[in-house]
Design a protein around this ligand. Structure first.
Ligand SMILES: Nc1nc2c(c(=O)[nH]1)N[C@H]1C(S)=C(S)[C@@H](COP(=O)(O)OP(=O)(O)OC[C@H]3O[C@@H](n4cnc5c(=O)[nH]c(N)nc54)[C@H](O)[C@@H]3O)O[C@H]1N2
Ligand SMILES: Nc1nc2c(c(=O)[nH]1)N[C@H]1C(S)=C(S)[C@@H](COP(=O)(O)OP(=O)(O)OC[C@H]3O[C@@H](n4cnc5c(=O)[nH]c(N)nc54)[C@H](O)[C@@H]3O)O[C@H]1N2
Ligand code: SF4
Ligand SMILES: [Mo]
Length: 680
């Protein structure tokens, strides 16, 4: 048996695990105690990571739809059809009739090449699930600090003396992060959690703040107002390293913790306590996730977090920083690679003439399209209206994961041509004209960038099943057929091009990564540079080098409970399932714990509605309804219900109202009604 050190394919923590390979098959997983983040620990999903690889449901041949049914095809025919249809639709309706969804599960090299393909075809309509996730961090933190990424490495949390967690349930969703937080707590750090649900993370808190959904700006402004009123801000830091402070001070002049308490439902004394502990501790961290970003005010929420950190000088030191925990194993990398409608590789805005032309020249062109493309949800709207006619989906499952799923299905059905490239025949792939079998993480080599900006190489461990091929080889061959380049390159060659295209990756060469199992942190501009674990130590990466305050005011969510839909509804995750479930629901051991949709209801609401634990109910929103089994628990507040989105149907309920700047949908608040079903 051989042990191949590969990266875990699930979350952004980026753990490395030892894949046990016997006779060409992955048979198990071993802990690697020297990995700097995991230190030998893995969560339940990492522990069974090998099970997806040889799963009998894996797609093994290209499939082509004929008379409404799929039949097997060879690559020649399938890729011929894809190339023909993309060219035809582009010629007849222009390049913006094409849309592309990249994949935060694929490697850096694959995402770089995928967005390059879209842009060389003449469109910026290329986006991916970062849009449904941390797009507000990308936009907000770039404005405030100059870089949209996590400021410090995960193990650095052990040095924090105060950890303020807002809308992150890392005990379930980034379990390996939790160990570093527990270590800080053991060393005496104060651990504060603001979340409408009393999650496994919240249960460990020294101070738990059960705020109302969608009220984070009021909570964060309340903390900032206390700090200003009590004269506790770090005025030296503000003077030396920031700009825009007077605007923030003026905007908060009339705001009080009492007003914050009214909006959030928290006790004013708790807001005071949180503020005092955060500002006074020698090193404070803000850890946040989807509870902050998945709102129509997601970018404002992120800016409010950044305001607080700048006000208190809690950034740019060990243990002090902002930790937006990125979700997917390579969502940081896919964003870095420019798989975003308004940003080219290295976060060059498409409207930046100089930066855009520099990349164009590297790609042998004079110029590239200069206007932002459509984001994930907008692509679906455009498909519904017939403006986008062909969609190429690499490694995403929008039927399950996009908001207002009823409309997503209609949009996909309205397309002239849909191609889906995945490990499995997902709910989305079933609607395709052509489905392409992709090799999985263990069957290809390449680099991935975890939530810490740590770029790591993952080597190929086993052969793909049947005819399945790595995404890079599929895109490479397709681009060749489309006349975009002469031959399909390998991952090392593409990473070498990335080294030239993205300054922050300049020194992260294939040779260096392959020889550095713990990875290299970007920015790393040249091969001699050690990499940058902590950002913003001396200066911020904004053009002026200063951190920038952005006053933001509380705005209520787009939908609030009323007589017809009297309950707040929120959606999210649990430890044993993963996103659209296409991988985790196939792992019988994990799926057995929670095999179907459920809805968590507070005991008071259950009593009032006359529903029992275990009973089936119908959950209705303005968009549609879904059946779910009741789980009565005080993990939710009275008046709030929670549904996991890992199952088809749940997203029928959600809102697709978007944040204006980051274009993330409002997954975390909507209103709904709950009624007993006949069987119930
Ligand atoms: N097991 C598992 N791990 C995963 C994933 C998975 O599906 N399963 N997915 C990965 C991905 S893609 C991501 S993005 C991450 C997400 O990781 P998390 O963000 O931790 O996951 P969520 O459950 O979506 O939401 C986090 C918390 O936000 C809270 N919340 C809801 N509304 C609000 C609000 O208005 N304010 C505040 N302060 N909190 C609120 C919810 O109650 C929830 O506890 O996890 C990654 N890791
Ligand atoms: N209601 C609600 N909806 C949500 C959220 C929420 O909190 N609430 N969260 C949102 C968030 S944060 C996210 S990130 C999205 C996630 O949305 P998606 O990205 O659609 O979810 P995944 O299930 O991770 O889909 C990844 C797909 O890639 C496939 N895959 C895995 N590896 C590879 C590979 O190497 N190559 C290829 N080609 N395919 C591969 C998998 O089989 C799977 O089908 O969901 C969003 N949807
Ligand atoms: S914490 Fe994330 S990366 Fe680590 S084993 Fe679990 S799913 Fe994999
Ligand atoms: Mo995510």
């Amino acid at each position: 048996m051989t042990l191949i050190p590969v990266l875990c394919p699930y979350c952004g923590a980026g753990c490395r695990l030892g894949l046990q390979v016997e006779d060409g098959r992955a048979v198990g997983v071993e802990y690697l105690t020297d990995h700097p983040v995991a230190l030998g620990a893995l969560c339940p999903k990492g522990n069974v990571a090998h099970e997806v690889i040889h799963h009998p449901d894996r797609l093994e041949h290209p499939l082509v739809r004929e008379n409404g049914r799929f039949r097997e095809a060879d690559w020649e025919e399938a890729l011929g059809l894809v190339a023909y249809n993309l060219s035809r639709i582009r010629q007849e309706h222009g390049p913006d009739a094409l849309g592309f969804l990249a994949s935060a599960k694929a490697t850096n090299e694959e995402n770089y090449f995928f967005q390059k393909l879209a842009r060389l075809l003449g469109t910026n309509n290329v986006d991916h699930c970062a849009r449904l996730c941390h797009a507000p961090s990308v936009m907000g933190l770039r404005r405030a600090l100059g870089s949209g990424a996590m400021t410090n490495p995960i193990p650095d949390l052990a040095h924090s003396r105060c950890i303020l967690v807002i809308g992150s349930n890392f005990a379930e969703n980034h379990p390996v992060v939790a160990r570093w937080v527990w270590e800080a707590k053991d060393r005496g750090a104060t651990f504060i959690v603001a979340d409408p649900r009393h999650t496994p993370t919240a249960r460990m808190a020294n101070l738990y703040l059960p705020l109302r959904p969608g009220t984070d700006v009021a909570f964060l402004n309340g903390m900032a107002a206390v700090i200003l009123r009590e004269g506790l801000a770090d005025y030296d830091f503000i003077a030396a390293r920031t700009e825009g402070f007077e605007e923030l001070r003026a905007a908060l002049a009339d705001f009080t913790p009492e007003r914050a308490a009214e909006i959030t439902g928290l006790a004013p004394s708790d807001i005071l306590r949180a503020a005092r502990v955060y500002v006074r501790s020698p090193a404070s961290a803000i850890v946040y996730c989807m509870g902050v970003t998945q709102h129509t005010v997601g970018t404002d929420n992120v800016l409010a977090c950044a305001n607080l950190a700048l006000l208190c000088g809690q950034v740019g030191r060990p243990g002090a920083g902002l930790f937006p925990l990125r979700g997917q194993n390579n969502v940081q990398g896919a964003s870095d690679m420019g798989a975003l409608a308004e940003l080219l590789p290295g976060y060059v805005p498409v409207a930046d003439d100089e930066g855009r032309r520099r990349l164009a020249r590297l790609w042998g062109r004079e110029d590239l399209p200069a206007f932002s493309g459509l984001s994930v949800v907008e692509l679906m709207d455009a498909a519904l209206e017939g403006r986008v006619r062909a969609l190429y989906v690499m490694g995403e499952n929008p039927v399950v994961s996009d908001p207002a799923a009823g409309e997503t299905v209609r949009a996909l059905e309205n397309l002239e041509f849909l191609v889906v490239q995945d490990l499995f025949l997902t709910e989305t792939a079933r609607l395709a004209h052509v489905a392409l079998p992709a090799a999985c993480w263990a069957e290809k080599s390449g680099s991935y960038t975890n939530t810490e900006r740590r770029v790591q190489w993952s080597p190929k461990a086993v052969e793909p099943p049947g005819q399945a091929r790595p995404d890079l080889s599929i895109i490479g061959e397709l681009g060749r057929r489309l006349g975009l380049w002469e031959r399909a390159p390998g991952p090392e060659e593409v990473l070498a091009e990335i080294n030239r295209a993205i300054p922050a990756y300049g020194g992260i060469t294939p040779e260096r990564l392959q020889a550095t199992p713990e990875g290299v942190f970007w920015p790393c501009p040249d091969p001699a540079h050690p990499g940058t674990p902590i950002l913003h130590r001396e200066r911020f990466t904004t053009p002026s080098g200063r951190g920038r305050f952005h006053p933001v005011a509380y705005q209520p969510p787009p939908e609030t409970p009323d007589a017809h839909y009297p309950l707040w509804m929120t959606t999210g995750r649990v430890v044993i399932h993963y996103n659209s479930g296409s991988m985790s629901l196939r792992l019988s051991e994990l799926a057995a714990y929670a095999p179907e949709v459920w809805v968590t209801v507070h005991p008071e609401d259950a009593r009032r509605l006359g529903v029992q634990d275990g009973e089936m109910v119908r959950v209705r929103s303005r968009r549609g309804d879904v059946e779910a089994r009741v789980q009565v628990s005080d993990q939710v507040q009275p008046g709030l219900v929670f549904l996991p989105f890992h199952f088809p149907g749940v997203n029928v309920l959600t809102l697709k109202e978007l944040d204006r700047e980051a274009r993330v949908p409002s997954y975390k608040v909507a209103s709904c009604a709950l009624e007993r079903t006949e069987e119930g």
